[in-house]
Design a protein around this ligand. Structure first.
Ligand SMILES: C[S@@+](CC[C@H](N)C(=O)[O-])C[C@H]1O[C@@H](n2cnc3c(N)ncnc32)[C@H](O)[C@@H]1O
Length: 378
């Protein structure tokens, strides 16, 4: 019989509902959406499927247990009471990370050491090991996360963060994280048969993510995951997940995607990244100043992460660029524009109030995602 596990998909602030929607689309239900995470129960095959398919989550973790702890004794005993042997085999490596927010047990290094000792004792007892554990096998990165005295103990199933798709060979000064870029695309009404442009494409992240979405290619197809070497998820389950991803990819879906940037070096990098992602001929790249953009077809989508003008020296030129962009887009009312920026005067400079606005974080920078819906021409 298939085994159930409790899973936790971590999400950047503001993207929790986007991650939840992805999980729903993958067929998972009864999702518990909290700050920075989405929790759900599923069969172990979900570990393979979610790692492969989630575009906007940072990591997928297995929840081993949750409990209240205000003393080191409580932390030790309750950690030991959990069924670690179900997840970690005799030779498993299990380094422990930690974090503590608004909790009595605030010394993270002490919490880590206690959890390490407690898990080791339990595993030795259950696996019948008398000596020190060798820890030469697969990786089971444990995290003890304390929030308001509640401890959540998890094992990371992803390995590198899920934003590491394996296609980024180069980047510029301010690249978007792949997970955020995918969210920006998913928050639009773009469909693969509409034109899509990024006038500030940099290393091409938004458009590469859009092409993967457009052809329904699993974002994790080109990389490995820590849980591929776990006993908890069988080879059969991993193979089935990879086969499902292969069968659902729609490589014949035509796309009309164009990336432009002022900097020719960025265009070279974007091209190389697209080749690495297996999308070589699917995206048109061109060196161009944004003010030279003239849409030639109707019903297009502009999705961009332009410079924010945070340095005073750049402010004037950035503001001029936002004004020009607003003028161009006003001349093409069938086009939709989606712009992420931290510049609080964006709407005024662009010359129109956004249809919708969403607060997000680009790393640690507070940004708004300004969404202008075009009037499609039939
Ligand atoms: C914040 S970066 C975009 C990063 C990109 N989203 C990525 O993931 O790599 C902004 C880009 O705008 C480009 N840029 C700046 N001014 C421009 C202009 N007037 N016209 C076109 N591109 C411009 C820069 O060369 C830079 O690559």
């Amino acid at each position: 019989m298939a085994q159930k596990v409790k899973l936790l998909a971590t999400a950047a602030m503001g993207l929790e509902s986007v991650v939840a929607q992805e999980l729903k689309n993958l067929g998972y239900q009864d999702l518990q959406v909290e700050n920075g995470k989405v929790l759900f129960e599923a069969e172990t095959s979900a570990i393979a499927r979610c790692n492969l398919w989630l575009r906007t989550a940072d990591r997928l973790k297995v929840v081993v247990g949750e409990f209240k702890a205000t003393t080191f004794d409580e932390l030790f005993e309750q950690t030991k009471a959990l069924d670690w042997e179900r997840y970690i085999p005799e030779d498993g490596r299990f380094p422990v990370n930690g974090k503590s927010v608004k909790s009595t047990l605030y010394s993270v290094s002490d919490c880590q050491a206690i959890v390490k000792k407690s898990v080791a004792e339990k595993l030795k007892q259950k696996h019948g090991i008398a000596s020190r554990m060798e820890e030469t096998g697969a990786m089971y990165k444990i995290e003890v996360a304390l929030l308001k005295d509640k401890a959540t103990l998890t094992i990371d199933s992803s390995g590198s963060g899920l934003h590491k798709r394996g296609y980024r060979t180069g980047q510029g000064d301010a690249p978007l994280k792949e997970t955020l870029a995918a969210a920006l695309v998913q928050l639009t009404n773009w469909k693969p048969d509409y034109p899509l442009v990024d006038l500030f494409c940099g290393s091409g992240t938004i458009l590469i993510e859009a092409a993967l979405i457009g052809q329904n290619i699993a974002p994790g197809f080109n990389r490995e995951f820590a849980s591929e070497s776990w006993e908890l998820v069988s080879d059969k389950e991993w193979n089935a997940a990879f086969e499902e991803a292969e069968s659902l990819a729609n490589y014949d879906q035509p796309l009309d995607i164009t990336g432009t940037d002022l900097n020719p070096k960025m265009i070279e990098i974007a091209k190389q990244n697209a080749i690495e992602a297996g999308l070589a001929d699917l995206i048109t790249w061109k060196q161009m100043e944004s003010s030279d953009f003239k849409p030639s077809k109707p019903n297009g989508y502009l999705i961009s992460n332009p410079p924010y003008g945070e340095r005073m020296s750049d402010r004037e030129s950035v503001e001029k660029m936002y004004r020009q962009l607003g003028e161009t887009m006003r001349d093409h009312p069938s086009w939709s524009s989606y712009i992420i920026t931290s510049h609080e005067g964006f709407e005024k400079l662009f010359g129109a109030k956004a249809t919708k606005k969403r607060k997000l974080f680009n790393g640690f920078i507070k940004v708004d995602y300004y969404q202008y819906f075009g009037k499609h021409i039939r």
